[in-house]
Design a protein around this ligand. Structure first.
Ligand code: ZN
Length: 381
């Protein structure tokens, strides 16, 4: 394909991929997007927090606010020798665009931007506002990225109504799956205390493994909830268990257990903690426990954003999309707590974070059409 024949979305995706923006670097991706957005009538703000570059761009002052969310950073390339083409030299081979970030998520960024450009050209007086929340710290420690931008917006009472996150949600074909929520994640670090002693003199010791075993059995068998239409039942999993000195003749003094909940919106972290403590207490254990809150669950149920997204995918691809809440975390978890509806829609995720990451060029065109149709469905009534 010659340079002249390249579509707008392919050309922009290649331009973004050629910038080696490994977390938390941006390498000029956001200035490139900012220039295009300014030309399309967006007010663009750069928000730099420590090592992280963020961008908030908005066209319009009215509600509702539709916000495309995404990241310019990419994960490291890994073993360079295993790449068939240089990761930061984008190239199309057999309708697949190859390069680090092609699927996660520079292809989506290009699709969002081109969709917004096309939409405002056709609908210069659209309803509400269109916004972009872009960070260079989604793949990293997520301290100075989306969460800081959201704090800034909240402080000035600027609200996002609907957010479309461009994470690669699709599994087999574009739009077959969207993510309309994420499970919560809660980790418990439990230490059950006993008294160390000689196995031949158990009356002089107190075995924490024996005492904890029935409690752990009860925790492992417990039904925490039934899940709901969008979430599978809450799951409890013991991830690590350590006790004993390595010797066969010593009763250990303590047992350490690390466990994790992936939980639905039918429960809360507080409810889960209370139920765990009740079980531990009912077994008469002497213990210490600490908790790590990895993320709250969120759910975007039936409503304007989910409806607009389903209708757009159906119109563009003919597919009836399947909303799911499975998979890992995304920056949607920072946007949803403000009350915004959040949906993730992006390309097929088969190669993300791998060597030889790639995305189907025709999918980028379809994704652009989907994003534009979502804007039409929400802001052109
Ligand atoms: Zn991503």
């Amino acid at each position: 394909m010659s340079q002249q024949q390249e579509s707008a979305v392919l050309s922009l995706a290649k331009d973004l991929i050629s910038r080696p923006s490994v977390t938390p670097l941006d390498e000029g991706c956001q200035p490139l997007m900012a220039e295009r957005l300014s030309q399309a009538g967006f007010e663009v703000e750069s928000m730099v927090f420590d090592d992280t570059t963020n961008m908030w761009a908005r066209r319009g002052t009215q509600s509702p606010v539709f916000c495309f969310a995404g990241h310019t950073d990419v994960v490291p390339v890994g073993d360079l020798n295993r790449w068939h083409t240089p990761p930061f030299e984008p190239v199309v081979i057999d309708d697949y665009l190859h390069g680090r970030g092609a699927a996660d998520m520079k292809g989506s960024l290009a699709a969002m931007l081109v969709a917004a450009e096309r939409f405002v050209k056709k609908n210069p007086n659209h309803q509400g506002s269109i916004a972009f929340l872009i960070t260079s710290d989604e793949e990293g420690p997520f301290i100075n990225g989306t969460t800081r931008v959201i704090d800034t917006l909240e402080a000035r009472n600027e609200k996002i109504t609907w957010s479309l996150v461009g994470e690669p949600s699709s599994t087999h074909k574009l739009g077959d799956i969207v993510k309309n929520g994420r499970r919560g994640s809660l980790t418990g670090n439990l230490t059950v205390k006993g008294i160390q002693g000689h196995v031949a003199y158990p009356h002089l010791a107190d075995n924490p493994i024996h005492k904890a075993a029935p409690a752990l059995d009860e925790l492992a068998r417990m039904k925490w909830d039934d899940g709901n239409e969008f979430f599978p039942p809450t799951s409890f999993q013991i991830a690590n268990i350590n006790g004993g000195t390595g010797a066969s003749n010593v009763i250990p003094g303590a047992l350490e257990v690390m466990f994790n909940f992936r939980y639905s919106t039918e429960v809360t972290a507080e409810i889960l903690i209370e139920r765990v403590l009740n079980i531990l207490d009912a077994h008469g254990l002497d213990y210490d426990i600490s908790w790590v809150y990895n993320g709250l669950p969120f759910l975007t149920g039936d409503g304007p954003l989910l409806e607009a997204t389903k209708a757009a995918i159906k119109k563009v691809t003919g597919t009836d999309t399947d909303p799911q809440t499975s998979g890992g975390t995304s920056d949607g978890r920072f946007i949803a707590p403000t009350g915004a509806q959040v949906i993730e829609l992006g390309p097929v995720n088969a190669t993300i974070h791998k060597v030889n990451e790639c995305v189907k060029v025709s999918d980028l065109e379809l994704l652009t059409d989907c994003y534009e149709a979502i804007l039409e469905n929400l802001l052109c009534k």
